[in-house]
Design a protein around this ligand. Structure first.
Ligand code: PGA
Length: 256
């Protein structure tokens, strides 16, 4: 069985102190739901303090991006060597990083390889724009993103990778994809691509999240879908009550 995974992507929200206070309040609330893997992804400046505050809990920490180089003259960048030992997960390919920092599919592939090389688990985000969706290009586009991101990645490494399907038109807009639509892209397109690349056993074993305006009110709709294994959550992960309800809904729907 695939263990459900809910990751909170805090984006550029919460100061250092707010981040620490938040996880101190959140950790005991999430403690009962041990069947769900729970991850928070604060800003870089809060990572160390949040990791420290979560010591002794089973809540994991993730980064929101990284460079693929081990070190070097790359002003402003964070290397995988700096995340090693500090976080378990790293979000790679978020649509905001693709759009604002001009990250390409090839960059994403380099980052995925670097993350794995340093023992970090990538959460690879993929998803189509509204225009692509309306033009009926979703399957081809998302399938292509998955293929390029995973270029040269072995089947063995797939157990350390999570994929997040996040249609761009659903992120932060309140216009979430229906559970059926998300399940068909995740189960059909993404698992279908994984099956072509690695065979059906691997395709069935990889965890795939939905992301885009996930809220306590629609979480059950996603978690009741057979191919959706969790959520990558922005806005609703910034509130303790909402985050707790999301994890609770996942635990209930998946029976864990
Ligand atoms: P949202 O963001 O939940 O606020 O739509 C999701 C994401 O960007 O990962």
């Amino acid at each position: 069985m695939r263990t459900p995974i809910i990751a909170g992507n805090w984006k550029m929200y919460k100061t250092l102190h707010e981040s620490v206070d938040f996880v101190r309040e959140l950790a005991p609330r999430l403690a009962p739901f041990t069947g769900v893997e729970r991850v928070v992804c604060p800003t870089f400046v809060a990572l160390a303090a949040v990791a420290e505050a979560l010591k002794g809990t089973d809540i994991k920490v993730g980064a929101q991006n990284m460079n693929w180089e081990a070190q070097g003259a790359f002003t402003s960048q964070i290397a995988p060597t700096m995340l090693q030992g500090l976080v378990e997960y790293v979000i790679i390919g978020h649509s905001e990083v693709r759009a604002y920092l001009h990250e390409t599919d090839e960059d994403i592939n380099r980052k995925v390889k670097a993350a794995l090389a340093y023992g970090l688990k990538p959460i690879i985000a993929v998803g189509e724009s509204l225009a692509q969706n309306e033009a009926g290009e979703t399957e081809q586009f998302v399938g292509g993103q998955v293929r390029t991101a995973l270029n040269g990645i072995s089947a063995d490494n797939m157990r350390n990778i999570v994929i997040a399907y996040e249609p761009i038109w659903a992120i932060g807009t309140g216009k979430n994809a229906s559970g059926d639509l998300a399940n068909s892209i995740i189960g059909g397109t993404i698992r279908g691509t994984l099956a072509q690349l690695y065979g059906n056993d691997v395709a069935q074993s990889v965890r795939i999240q939905y992301g885009g305006s996930v809220k306590p009110g629609n979480m059950a709709e996603y978690m009741s879908q057979p191919d959706i294994d969790g959520a990558l959550v922005g806005g609703a992960s910034l509130k303790v009550d909402d985050f707790t309800q999301l994890v609770e809904a996942a635990a209930k729907a998946k029976g864990v």
